[in-house]
Design a protein around this ligand. Structure first.
Ligand SMILES: Nc1ncnc2c1ncn2[C@@H]1O[C@H](COP(=O)(O)OP(=O)(O)OP(=O)(O)O)[C@@H](O)[C@H]1O
Length: 562
C-alpha cells in the first residue's frame, strides 16, 4: 500500500508531540496496558500476556482498553471505532466493547463555528440561510451538524469541521505512527501484525473524513447509483455552499431505523424495512463496488412507505472486481463447506502474515465446517459464520485487507439491524438472487471479453519473451552463475541461534583458558610471595570466571540446549 505523506510538524508542535506521547503512555500504563509494549522474546505469546492483564485489572482488558481510548480523546476514540471493524484482528469481547464507542464530544461554541462557516463560504451566512438553528443536531469529533433553511425555502443540514480538530488529529497520528513503527520492531504484537499499515489505513480514512468536498463527491456517486431505486434516497448536495470544511445537503426527516416503537406506531412493515436495508447493502457491494462503510441504524431515516433515507457518507469503501470475486469465492467455499478452497481464497486475497502453518489452518477450518454439518445455510447467520472464520484468522495471526473486513462488517451490521427489525430475516436466502445476478453479469460476454483479451495479450507477451528468458537462464546455469536468494524469517532466526551458540562456545573456551591459566599461576608462584594488588587481581579474575561459568551453564540449561 502507498503510504500517504503526512506533514512534517514544526519544532514547537514536535515538542507538544513529545509531551502528548508521554501522556498517552501514562494513560495506557494506568489502564494496565503495558502488555501492548511487551518486548518480543522467543516463546512469548499473546494469551500469556492477556492473562497477565486479567490478573492485574479489576475490569476486563477490553473495558480497560476502551476507557483508555476515551480518556485519550477524539483521535483514539475514532481509532477504537476503526478497530471495532477488525474482526480479523481482535477477539469478540474487544469488538463488542469497541462498538459501543461514541465520538460525541462537547460542542464547539456557536460563534467559533460561525467564523469557520463565514470564512469558508466567504459570505455572511445570513445571506445564504434564512434560518440557522444555533443548536447542533449532532456534535461529533470531526464536525458539527446544524439544521438550516435556504432563502429558497429548501431545508438543509450544514456540517462544519470543528476548528483545530485536524491539527490535533495530525499530531496524534504522528504519535500513533511512531508507536507503530517502534512496536513493529520490538513487540509481540508487531511480530505478528503490520501495525504501521493499520495506522496508515486509519489515517487515510480519517483524513478523507475531514474533506467534505470528498464526502460531497461520494454522495454524488451514490445518488447516481441509486437514482432509479425507489427504496433508497440519497441527499442532494448544494455545491454552492460546500467547501473542504463545510458541506450543505438536503435535510431528511422520518423515523430513525432503531426507533422500533415509533415504526410500529406508524404502521410501517418491519420486514419490508429489513429487506430494503439489505437490498441497499447488497446492491452496493455486488453491483457498484462502492459501499457505505458505516451502515449503523442511526444513519437511516425510514419513510412512511418503508423506503430508506441514508446519511453520513464520510466512510466509504471501494471494492475492485477482483476483491468482489474473492468475496464470492469465499461465500461459495462456505456454502460448499470446502476448507481447502476457502483457505486458497483467503490467501489469494492479499492478506498479510508473517508465518502461517497452512495445513494446520486448513485443518482448523475443516473442524469449523464439521461443526456446521447438518445445518443448512438458512439455519446460520452471516455474523455466526463470518465471526467464526474471523476468529480462526485472528488465532493464526493473519491480517486481512481492510476493504474486505470493512465490507464483511457492513454486511454483518446490516444483517444485525435486519434481524432486530424482523427476527425471521435470513441473510443467505435473501442474498442468493443478488449473488446469482452478479455471477451471470460476471460471465456475460460483455464482462468476459476484456478479461479474455487481457489474458490473451499477457499470454502472447510471455510467449514472445519466453525463448529469450530460457536462453539467459540456461547460459547462466552453464556458467555456474545461477544465484538463488533465500531470505526468510526462519532462516534469520536460525542464523541468530547459531550465532548465540558460537558465542557461548567461544565464551566457554575463553573461561576455561582463564581458569587453566589461573591454576598454573597458582602452582608456579607461591601465594606468600604475592603483593596485595596481585592477590586482589587474581581473586577478582577467579571469582569473575566462576560467576561467568555458572551463568553460562545456567543459561544453557534454561534454553534447553545442553
Ligand atoms: N441529510 C440529513 N438529514 C437529516 N439529518 C441529518 C442529515 N445528515 C446528518 N444528519 C443528522 O446529523 C447526525 C450526524 O450526521 P453525520 O453522521 O453525517 O455526521 P458525522 O460528523 O459524520 O458524525 P459521525 O462521526 O458520528 O459519523 C445524523 O445522525 C443525523 O441525525
Amino acid at each position: 500500500m502507498v503510504r500517504p505523506p503526512y506533514p512534517r510538524l514544526p519544532w514547537l508542535v514536535r515538542r507538544n508531540v513529545f509531551l502528548r506521547s508521554q501522556q498517552i503512555l501514562a494513560v495506557l500504563m494506568r489502564h494496565g496496558m503495558d502488555w501492548l509494549f511487551t518486548r518480543f522474546a522467543p516463546g512469548a505469546d499473546e494469551s500469556q500476556l492477556a492473562r497477565r492483564v486479567f490478573t492485574r485489572a479489576r475490569r476486563t482488558p477490553a473495558e480497560e482498553f476502551v476507557s483508555a481510548l476515551v480518556e485519550l480523546g477524539p483521535t483514539f476514540i475514532k481509532f477504537g471505532q476503526a478497530l471495532s471493524s477488525r474482526l480479523d484482528l481482535l477477539p469478540p469481547e474487544y469488538i463488542a466493547e469497541l462498538s459501543k464507542l461514541q465520538d460525541l464530544v462537547p460542542p464547539t461554541p456557536y460563534e467559533q463555528i460561525m467564523t469557520v462557516l463565514t470564512n469558508e463560504l466567504k459570505r455572511d451566512p445570513k445571506d445564504i440561510f434564512i434560518q440557522f438553528d444555533p443548536q447542533p443536531l449532532a456534535s461529533a469529533s470531526i464536525g458539527q451538524v446544524y439544521a438550516a433553511t435556504l432563502w429558497s425555502g429548501e431545508e438543509v443540514v450544514v456540517k462544519i469541521v470543528r476548528p483545530g480538530a485536524q491539527e490535533v488529529f495530525e499530531q496524534d497520528i504522528q504519535i500513533l505512527t511512531d508507536l507503530a513503527e517502534w512496536a513493529s520492531n520490538h513487540t509481540v504484537l508487531g511480530r505478528f501484525y503490520d501495525l504501521r499499515m493499520l495506522v496508515d489505513e486509519f489515517a487515510f480514512t480519517v483524513r478523507a473524513e475531514f474533506d467534505y468536498l470528498r464526502e460531497g463527491q461520494n454522495i454524488e456517486a451514490f445518488r447516481t447509483n441509486f437514482a432509479d431505486d425507489p427504496v433508497v434516497h440519497i441527499p442532494k448536495v448544494y455545491w454552492d455552499y460546500t467547501t473542504r470544511q463545510v458541506i450543505t445537503m438536503e435535510r431528511f426527516s422520518g423515523i430513525k431505523l432503531n426507533d422500533l416503537p415509533a415504526l410500529d406506531n406508524a404502521g410501517i412493515d418491519r420486514r419490508t424495512i429489513a429487506e430494503n436495508l439489505m437490498h441497499f447493502a447488497l446492491r452496493q457491494i455486488f453491483e457498484f463496488g462502492l459501499y457505505h462503510a458505516d451502515p449503523h441504524a442511526g444513519n437511516f431515516f425510514v419513510q412512511p412507505d418503508g423506503s430508506l433515507a441514508v446519511m453520513d457518507f464520510g466512510m466509504i469503501g471501494r471494492l475492485t472486481p477482483g476483491m468482489k470475486r474473492t468475496f464470492l469465492g469465499i461465500a461459495e467455499a462456505i456454502s460448499r463447506r470446502d476448507a481447502e478452497i476457502l483457505v486458497d481464497e483467503l490467501i489469494s486475497a492479499n492478506i498479510f502474515y508473517r508465518e502461517l502453518d497452512r495445513r494446520a489452518f486448513t485443518r482448523e477450518m475443516e473442524r469449523l465446517f464439521d461443526r456446521f454439518t447438518g445445518l443448512s445455510l438458512k439455519d446460520l447467520t452471516g455474523a455466526q459464520v463470518m465471526g467464526e472464520i474471523m476468529q480462526l484468522v485472528m488465532q493464526n495471526h493473519l491480517q486481512l485487507p481492510g476493504e474486505l473486513v470493512a465490507m464483511t462488517r457492513a454486511i454483518i451490521i446490516s444483517e444485525g439491524t435486519g434481524m432486530m427489525l424482523y427476527p425471521g430475516f435470513q441473510l443467505f436466502t435473501f442474498a442468493a438472487p443478488y449473488v446469482k445476478r452478479f455471477w451471470q453479469e460476471e460471465r456475460s460476454m460483455r464482462n468476459m471479453l476484456p478479461r479474455i483479451s487481457a489474458a490473451a495479450m499477457d499470454g502472447m507477451e510471455l510467449t514472445m519473451e519466453l525463448p529469450r528468458r530460457v536462453t539467459r537462464l540456461l547460459s547462466r546455469l552453464e556458467r555456474g552463475q545461477l544465484e538463488v536468494n533465500i531470505n526468510t524469517e526462519e532462516l534469520n532466526d536460525l542464523v541468530s541461534k547459531f550465532q548465540k551458540m558460537t558465542n557461548r562456545m567461544t565464551l566457554g573456551m575463553i573461561l576455561s583458558a582463564v581458569i587453566v591459566a589461573l591454576s598454573l599461576i597458582m602452582v608456579v608462584y607461591k601465594p606468600e610471595t604475592w603483593q596485595p594488588l596481585g592477590e586482589f587481581i587474581f581473586g577478582f579474575a577467579l571469582i569473575s570466571s566462576i560467576v561467568f561459568g555458572i551463568w553460562l551453564i545456567w543459561s544453557i540449561i534454561r534454553t534447553g540446549r545442553t
